[in-house]
Design a protein around this ligand. Structure first.
Ligand SMILES: [Fe+2]
Length: 453
């Protein structure tokens, strides 16, 4: 998710302006709530080039509304500060030059208070604009996009601040809350899928003609452009694991010298292991007695053995799969399985996302006979698919066309959702993507096999 959405696949428009403003207030408030427990100093730090300061995120998502909606569409809108276009443009070449991404932590000015004033200024202007205007389809689509964009950055805020805090030798907690009890998981099982041609990708809501977003459709109204067009995918017989790979299972790989045995690794991955001296997932720390702790939002805590392993790179996921004699699913296999077994609208205990409050992957619990667990929560799941355009994909014209299409090279796709994915932002067709060496996202994996029972 280091990139952005596009309006290309935008379907809905707000059913009415009042409803839209409720969602706007809720989502804008969610961003500020995520930052509320952080000091101005916390929100300033950029701990590595991939990380952006919380303050920058809060400003950038605001710049998005100002740049794509207020400035071109709101009559008489008064720009908050012309310098902000340079500071808070992320990567839109069409919008002009911008501050270098690795140097965002150097932006000690504007201060956090001024960024919050910027948010209030834009919030008031959006509110006034929406109340006064009969929104065009184009503007309605941009507003919807702005909300999903902000939600995308909410997970980035959490990914990034976790890394920032992990760099402090005191291992400070983002919050102290830990779950009262942690359940077990189940013995790994497999779900078989017969080979054939299946339809994948986001399709227009209301495919069955009984209204959008119905349970039968199983399809969200909104999607980013990279999730379409829907198309046919041919797969062979395969089976997919009943849950994500756990910390305990991953620890067996470590104890079997997985990080020291080149035979399990891609050449590029092995080079990174050697160069970075990787011996365990990001945030893991071995204790003198051989047990492991991991850095969490509650500070350093013992690993939950039965919870999905997280903060692993694609290289690590693929190496583990090779060690286990299995493989990662393709993204088509993942989506076919999720749709076939009814995981598209996964909810309740199988959907550990931001709203569960755990902010940490949790064990799957008892096996379900009808479907795999954890498909739409806990950890984003690496697939073996390269991030490439679907057949027929075309980026939109203009700045919004930069959101996804230009990143479709050298990255790998992750599917599902994580314990930090905000409400309303998980979809069965969602294509997350990162470079194969990156592991600061909430990234884990499940196994697949070409042999079925
Ligand atoms: Fe963005």
């Amino acid at each position: 998710m280091p990139t952005e959405p596009s309006i290309h696949a935008q379907k809905p428009r707000p059913s009415d302006n009042g409803n839209y403003m409720d969602r706007f207030a809720e989502i804008r408030g969610q961003s500020e709530a995520l930052a509320a427990g952080l000091s101005a100093e916390d929100q300033q730090v950029q701990s590595m080039p991939d990380v952006s300061p919380t303050k920058w995120h809060l400003a950038h998502v605001t710049w998005f509304f100002e740049t794509f909606i207020l400035k071109p569409h709101a009559p008489g809108y008064s720009e908050f500060d012309p310098d902000f276009n340079y500071l808070f443009n992320s990567y839109y070449e069409a919008v002009g030059p911008r501050h270098a991404r690795p140097d965002r932590g150097l932006l000690t000015r504007p201060a956090l208070d001024r960024v919050l004033a910027y948010r209030a200024h834009v919030d008031a202007a959006i509110s006034e604009f929406v109340a006064a205007e009969d929104l065009t389809d184009e503007v309605a689509a941009l507003l919807e996009l702005g909300l999903h964009h902000e939600q995308q950055h909410q997970e980035l805020i959490l990914m990034d601040i976790k890394h920032v805090l992990s760099c402090n030798p005191l291992a400070p907690a983002y919050r102290r809350k830990e779950p009262a009890g942690v359940r077990d998981t189940h013995t790994l099982d497999w779900f078989d899928v017969p080979g054939g041609t299946y339809r994948i990708g986001h399709h227009a809501a209301d495919a069955d003609g009984d209204g959008p977003d119905s349970a039968e459709d199983g399809e969200s109204a909104f999607a980013f452009d990279n999730e379409g067009p829907a198309h046919e995918a041919l797969v062979g017989d395969f089976s997919i694991a009943s849950r994500a790979v756990t910390n305990a299972e991953y620890r067996e790989f470590i104890e079997d010298a997985g990080y020291a045995r080149a035979e399990f690794w891609h050449a590029d991955g092995w080079a990174v292991v050697r160069e970075q001296n990787w011996t365990a997932p990001l945030y893991w720390q071995e204790n003198a007695d051989g047990s492991w702790d991991e850095f969490t939002f509650a500070g350093m805590c013992p690993i939950y053995p039965d919870a999905p392993v997280g903060h692993v790179s694609f290289y690590e996921a693929a190496a583990y799969a090779a060690w286990a004699g299995k493989r990662l699913p393709t993204e088509a296999e993942w989506e076919i399985a999720a749709r076939r077994f009814g995981c598209a609208n996964d909810s309740g205990s199988d959907a550990n996302r931001l709203e569960s409050g755990f902010l940490r992957p949790m064990p799957a619990g008892a096996a379900r006979a009808d479907r795999p667990s954890q498909m739409m929560g806990d950890v984003w799941e690496w697939t073996q698919s390269a991030y490439a355009p679907y057949p027929g994909f075309a980026a939109a014209a203009g700045a919004v066309g930069e959101y996804n299409g230009k990143f479709m090279v050298n990255q790998m796709v992750l599917r599902g959702a994580s314990c930090a994915t905000p409400p309303g932002h998980a979809r069965v067709s969602y294509r997350n993507f990162f470079y194969p060496h990156q592991r600061w996202a909430f990234s884990g994996f499940r196994l697949a096999d070409s042999v079925t029972a």
